[in-house]
Design a protein. Structure first.
Length: 612
């Protein structure tokens, strides 16, 4: 068993330059390999220039990348059009390299990049909404709407500036102010896009507009001297011993740039609200069905139709409910549907944390305990281990009304900044104790944060490009892996929580396609969800709102999980007694984030090598 540190070359401060040079050094003797890997390294640097926030996410905003620390992505209409043109050119460059002339690893890197750029170019053909395929940490964020309760600068930047923009010296603090100024411009640019989309009839459903308007109004009404945007730079600069009146300077920017832009966004959204309808699905737009087909292709990296995905979800829900029913019966719970029994179980006092600060602290402590437990089991699942550098945090209260129930953000490439796993604790009642362990394994270890550390060992282009179905499929596989490692031995309720979580993702296949193809209403969707999972209604309302704002993304979870399991079964059948779980897990997580269309190639190569 090997315990992996970050790559040695990342120990230097020149991370960006080192990463850019790595592919040429790594090429297997072929000039074509070197040229291909250098092209991909150049494209990775260009992507950081297009989306500078990712330089801070990955810890590449110092040394050669220091200029990126003062910038945010340009969200204007002109910038989106420019990116589309640039991406089409780079796609042609990638396609031009003959795969027969390069090593298999280089060919895989090229094919991964080609898949991402092809999907992006197709997505930019729709002249509305947000196209995030090439936006690194936010690649999953593809939506027909520029701004919603989940998406937009007002959601992203306050938390990003506070948690990802490191302040250690005056240059860092000045860069924060430059980004704060850019945040105001981002909002203004979004306002123009909201108006342009509304003129095309692309308007957020009225009930989501109400949530979004409420969130922005709350941010705009906050006294400037109490603003997190101001306090963050002032407090952290002072802690770092940086002299300067950063509170006054930040407040001036908020007053001059941010607040007027927030007011402008409120005006744009209120104008759209006058034309909004309660219809939740994209079927209501002329280009909606075509857009949804594209969004499903990215979210699942398959060519399955909405109807096929809907049917897969229904079948898997039935199978999982049968497993849950058997466990419930062993606990003496025999009356009612599986959903009704799970609902009753989740409301029991022994399953709930107090909905106050003390209860929230106890809940976070419980999560950390489960992470500590699973760490000791991982040598049975992986030959090669990473550190799993993780901090569990509460979703910031300022965005909790519209935020997902749980999500993760990767740590820096050099390992100095941990990955973060966020849980929405607005209402602890949506988190019965039985549901929490499997969430830890999905978002944290051995899920997203764990997988992200393996990805950080790859060439930058492969660290940067991510695919929803692989990422979320791995998250679900991590939940199953934890169960297989015995975390629920003697804990039937925990096992029920795991099965409920998997069934919940199968339900997403049904509900997402139901909303956007079969014209289900939000109320119908929540009712179906609750009947089939027994999860708290408040949690399900938030979930359905998410699918309405960000169609198709939720389908990637179970489709990715299904494929990882199918390929594991394939490896077992092919290798017989030579099959080793640790070897399979190593190759799936260690080969990096790939579209499902390429994952089978990775596994087939592993099978061939294991056969000798």
């Amino acid at each position: 068993m090997q315990d992996l540190n970050r790559r040695d070359f990342l120990a230097s401060g020149a991370a960006v330059a080192a990463l850019a040079a790595l592919p040429a050094r790594a090429a297997a003797g072929s000039a074509t390999d070197a040229a291909a890997e250098n092209l991909l390294a150049m494209i990775a640097q260009e992507l950081l220039g297009q989306y500078p926030e990712n330089a801070s996410y990955y810890g590449l905003d110092s040394g050669p990348g220091a200029a990126l620390k003062s910038r945010l992505a340009d969200r204007s209409i002109a910038a989106e059009q420019s990116r589309a043109t640039w991406a089409a050119g780079r796609l042609a460059d990638i396609k031009a390299i003959d795969r027969a002339t390069v090593a298999p690893g280089t060919a895989l890197n090229l094919d991964v990049a080609q898949t991402a750029f092809d999907l992006a170019v197709q997505g930019w053909k729709f002249p509305f909404g947000e196209m995030g395929v090439l936006n690194g940490q936010n690649s999953f964020r593809n939506a027909p709407y520029v701004t919603s309760q989940l998406c937009g600068a007002f959601v992203d930047q306050p938390d990003f500036l506070d948690s990802r923009h490191v302040i250690e010296n005056a240059a860092d603090a000045d860069a924060y102010l430059a980004r704060l100024d850019s945040y105001g411009q981002e909002l203004a640019d979004e306002n123009a896009r909201i108006a342009a989309d509304a003129a095309r009839g692309i308007i957020l459903p009225d009930f989501l507009l109400d949530i979004t308007i409420g969130q922005i109004a709350g941010a705009a009404a906050q006294p400037v001297d109490q603003s997190g945007l101001v306090r963050s730079v002032a407090d952290r600069a002072a802690k770092a011993g940086v002299a300067g009146d950063y509170a006054t300077r930040a407040a001036a920017i908020v007053n001059a740039k941010v607040l007027p832009a927030l007011q402008g966004q409120l005006e744009a959204l209120r104008a759209a609200r006058a034309k909004a309808t309660p219809d939740a699905g994209v079927w209501k737009f002329p280009e909606g069905p075509a857009w949804y087909d594209w969004a499903l292709r990215f979210a699942t990296t398959t060519t399955r139709s909405p109807e096929e995905i809907h049917a897969i979800g229904q079948q898997q829900v039935k199978e999982l409910q049968a497993r849950m029913d058997a466990i419930l019966r062993t606990q003496g719970m025999t009356q009612g549907t599986v959903g009704e029994r799970m609902d009753a179980l989740g409301k029991r006092p022994d399953q709930l944390f107090a909905n106050d600060d003390k209860g929230r602290a106890e809940l976070l402590a419980y999560l950390n305990g489960r992470i500590a437990d699973v760490r000791g089991r991982l040598p049975r699942a992986f030959h090669t281990l990473v550190k799993g550098n993780l901090i569990i945090k509460r979703v910031p209260p300022s965005i909790q009304d519209g935020a997902p129930n749980g999500y993760a953000a990767a740590g820096s490439i050099d390992g100095t900044r941990p990955g973060n796993y966020y849980i929405n604790l607005k209402d602890t009642g949506i988190w019965p104790r039985l549901s929490l362990p499997t969430l830890c394994y999905h978002e944290g270890i051995p899920g997203h944060v764990w997988q992200g550390e393996y990805a950080n060992r790859l060439p930058l282009i492969r660290t940067y490009l991510t695919f929803n179905a692989y990422s979320e499929g791995w998250g679900l596989y991590a939940e199953q892996l934890a169960s297989e490692l015995g975390v629920y031995e003697g804990d039937p309720y925990g096992e029920l929580g795991f099965l409920q979580s998997i069934a919940f993702r199968a339900c997403r296949l049904v509900v997402d396609t139901g909303i956007h193809v079969k014209r289900w209403t939000p109320q119908q969707s929540v009712a179906w969800f609750q009947a089939n999972t027994g999860m708290p209604r408040g949690q399900l309302v938030s979930e359905v709102n998410r699918y309405c704002a960000m169609p198709a993304q939720a389908c990637g979870y179970k489709m990715g999980h299904n494929e990882i399991l199918r390929l594991r079964d394939k490896a077992k059948a092919a290798l017989g007694p030579r099959y080793d779980l640790r070897g399979y897990d190593d190759v799936v997580v260690g080969s990096g984030n790939v579209p499902l269309t390429l994952l089978e190639r990775v596994v087939d190569t592993y099978i061939a090598k294991a056969r000798g």
